[in-house]
Design a protein around this ligand. Sequence first.
Ligand code: ATP
Length: 598
Amino acid sequence: MSDLVYFVRKLHVYVGAKLYVSIISAAALGFIEGIGLYFLIPMLNLLNGGRNEGENLPFLAPFLHMLTQLPNKAELPAILGVFVVLLLFQAVLQRIQQIQSSGISQTFIRALRLEFYEALLSAQWAFFMRRRSSDLQQLLTTELARAAQGALQVMAFAASIAFTLIQIALAMMLSFKLTIVIAACGLSFALFARRFVQDSKRLGERMTDLSQAYYASVSESFNGIKDLKSNRLELQHLTWFKSLNDRMRDNANRFVTVQSTSQLYYKFASAILIAAFVWIAFEWLHVKTGQLLVIVVIFSRLWPRFAGLQNLGEQIVSSLPAFRNLRTVQRETEAGREPNLYVEDAEEERMVVRTSIECHGVSFRHDPESPVYALRGVRVKFPAHRMTAIVGKSGAGKSTLIDIVTGLLRPESGEVKVDGQLLIEERLKSYRNAVGYVSQDPFLFHTTIRENLKVGSPNATDEQLREALSFAAADEFVQALPEGLDTVIGDRGVRLSGGERQRIVLARAILREPSVLVLDEATSALDNENEAKIQCTLERLRGRMTLIVIAHRLSTIRQADQVIVLDHGEVVQSGEYNQLSNESDGIFSQMLAYQKQA
Ligand SMILES: Nc1ncnc2c1ncn2[C@@H]1O[C@H](COP(=O)(O)OP(=O)(O)OP(=O)(O)O)[C@@H](O)[C@H]1O
């Protein structure tokens, strides 16, 4: 419930005064509708030949007095005229309110999207390592829309209560006792119907689980579509997808069934109660036809209000899981935030590493509950403007060490120093701006090569783009493309080979001129000729920036100034390439021997 209150507060913050104007206009609508109801009474009396009913009612008495001044023939047109004006006014107000509600809803959902997207982008890397990316996509689309809708429904609920209270007050002026009896019936019925609210909550929980599974299934199948197709797994996946969709359909149907059943009960009750009221009033109390009409009118106005409140209540509780999920993620992102995203002067905020980056006794576990350390007591020094290679078997901790050194992860114990100064929060932003990173599976946008290169350097000239491409040994193949720099490279760069993608991303990183450039298996997809070119590039870059390279292919790191060998999260060897290759009982020479055999 506190999560729901949080979102309703947000609604107040983001929408402000407009929200209250909307609630007040909803209440005003209820008032006008109620007044319109009053005018039915003199109209019906007049048609019946009488004219005294309703003289005690507020709003109506002065009007009835005016009517007595008119000639007989003008009475009905006057009543009808007022009735029509009221209905037209009500229709216009309704239209304004509809437009206003839509505006409120769009303002609110936009603000929530921005708030959550920014919170996610500001979250630390460790957060993303724990979370399924499809769950985050689902959160930003389905869950966020459900929560926004739910918060608006809470406001609609409040407006509807105000509306209903006004209708009750107006109905009481027509018949106090009758209105009390109807309101008591409505309350007892709401108590009976609370089990539908509980069912809605349960189905809402299930809706969240199924929708998460749906997003995961879609995202995993398209991310791995090549593997899926190559291994002929389409049918298996389709069968699972069908069963998931069956469950989603059944759940949605069940929700509609719950809602329509509760509404059906309200309608049954309405038919039975109205018949009972008329029977009792006519047979036992011998009330007049005009009053019977009042009973019918009051009942037909009030009862749907109760049914509407029930419906809104069911919808609100079904969106409670969405509120909870969003808040959980928000709390997690707040617990560990990256330094402020907004950089006023990017150049000023970028650190230059002048002497070294050092790790002192760094330990780290991906799961703090587990006894397994990804890094244990790591002590290494990365001299500035030199090339350091990190090698080790799969799972040795190379990527984790890179994540610590680039500031993406914080050590569990031990410390990282840059130019002799601790890498504390205040320095993290400018340090992170100084790091360029090229991964094994580089990320490219579905746009032109030019746009992809300019992502981190929007003001780069064509000359600079070409120079960076040349550095990354990518100039020849880009020139050979039909539209050169303006070639669109497809979703995640699928129209390029793995090696071409790696070189474009390397060029993009070089273009930013980072002070520290990390290549994480970034040349794994290159052939020997292009790998030799990249080695030349690294030679040239080495004097300009600090290079850290992870490579399984040891030939890539032959010219490294220093090689660090990791095993089970610990540094087991370090030194120059030739020195390590001569340590015959070391892991490094074992790795070299395996690669020579291969
Ligand atoms: N997100 C994670 N959650 C839990 N454990 C993880 C996570 N990422 C890595 N690990 C574990 O941490 C250890 C080190 O992993 P890391 O990815 O750093 O190794 P690596 O040397 O880079 O391996 P590779 O060469 O295969 O990429 C491994 O035992 C791995 O299983």
